[in-house]
Design a protein around this ligand. Structure first.
Ligand SMILES: NC(=O)c1ccc[n+]([C@@H]2O[C@H](COP(=O)([O-])OP(=O)(O)OC[C@H]3O[C@@H](n4cnc5c(N)ncnc54)[C@H](OP(=O)(O)O)[C@@H]3O)[C@@H](O)[C@H]2O)c1
Length: 309
């Protein structure tokens, strides 16, 4: 099969190559998926799991990408819940070969059925950003209607999902980002926007929940905005500064079939809009994942069926 591999950590995405690799086999409780579309998070090249397995052994050449939408082609020993020919989408294990390939072996529990009216490109754009937003807001942040949320990077992949899901849950949402992102963040439903390059973050006043996708100085300053009893939820590592009277939580997203179902149902009925930028074929993937200009929205790589739904 054709696959993108990474072998050189120092080279990052520029070291990716399109090569031939053996097709994966389904292990216990796995399925093999013929991948029609794959998502990619640009920071993957900095994740240890891209380079080593769970015992910290070198696993290069590794196939990056962890989001997929495709069709099940084989079942492993004992696999239940999915069948050959079924359309699926979901999130693959961080320490196994991923989704920038024509096929991937995935534990069935990490996938959910992809409804027939949802395009593979859309399906592949949802698992990481949708589940991260869902888990950060509702599981870890325990968001309730009437609370206020500071959604950092609100025009980005995770931030646009945070903004929309928080609004739908009845929260007041203040989005942040670069000056050029104002309209995009407002279009995703933010009621206010803080331009982090020109506005004073501190002018926001108090909020109940900060959803941090940026970290660093922005993360540190955000802790001071938390109202008593509020929460900082970080997906970029442990918050360096904790709120004086509140919680600080960092987490890594996990796949969850029921939550994938919640997210995709919202896309189907128009409550949730995807944030897809460039769509490229596997042959074009190395160039698409090494953009020379600023990229907005998620880059999706299409395999079978190329660029048609
Ligand atoms: N722990 C987890 O489970 C988990 C899950 C998903 C994502 N993540 C992490 O979350 C982060 C965001 O992921 P994503 O896919 O949402 O990325 P993304 O689509 O690039 O979104 C991030 C947004 O924030 C903006 N931004 C970043 N730094 C900024 C700054 N200093 N000032 C103003 N705006 C800034 C970005 O603008 P620019 O593009 O111009 O920088 C972009 O619009 C990544 O570090 C990713 O690894 C973690």
């Amino acid at each position: 099969m054709k696959a993108i591999v990474a072998t050189d950590q120092a080279a990052g995405t520029s070291g990716m190559k399109l090569v031939e690799r053996p097709e994966p086999q389904a292990a216990i409780n796995d399925v093999v998926v013929q991948i029609h579309a794959s998502g990619f998070v640009p920071t993957e090249m900095a994740w240890p799991s891209t380079w080593t397995d769970r015992l910290d052994r070198d696993r290069t050449p590794s196939i990056p990408g962890h989001e997929l939408a495709g069709v099940v082609t084989a079942l492993g020993y004992g696999t239940t819940g999915l069948s050959v020919g079924q359309r699926v989408f979901g999130l693959t294990d961080w320490t196994r070969d991923g989704t920038l390939a024509e096929y991937a072996a995935v534990e069935a529990r990490n996938l959910a059925p992809l409804p027939g009216d949802v395009d593979f490109t859309v399906g592949a754009s949802l698992p990481i950003s949708g589940l991260t937003a869902w888990q950060g807001l509702f599981q870890h942040g325990r968001l309730r209607a009437g609370q206020s949320v500071l959604a950092h990077g609100a025009a980005g992949a995770v931030g646009s999902m945070v903004t929309q899901l928080a609004r739908e849950a009845g929260a007041y949402v203040i989005g942040t980002g670069r000056a050029a992102d104002r309209q995009t963040a407002l279009d995703f439903g933010a009621q206010e926007f803080v331009d982090l390059e020109n506005d004073a973050l501190e002018d926001v006043g108090g909020v109940d929940l900060v959803f941090d996708v940026i970290g660093g100085d922005i993360g540190k300053r955000s802790a001071g905005l938390i109202r008593a009893g509020g929460t900082v939820v970080s997906v970029v590592g442990p918050p360096e500064t904790r709120p004086a009277d509140g919680l600080a939580i960092d987490f890594v997203v996990e796949s969850d079939r029921a939550q994938l179902g919640e997210v995709v149902q919202r896309v189907r009925d128009g409550r949730l809009r995807t944030n897809i930028g460039n769509v490229a074929t596997l042959d074009e993937a190395v160039a698409a994942l090494n953009p020379t200009d600023r990229v907005t929205g998620k880059t999706i790589i299409r395999m079978f069926g190329e660029l048609s739904p």
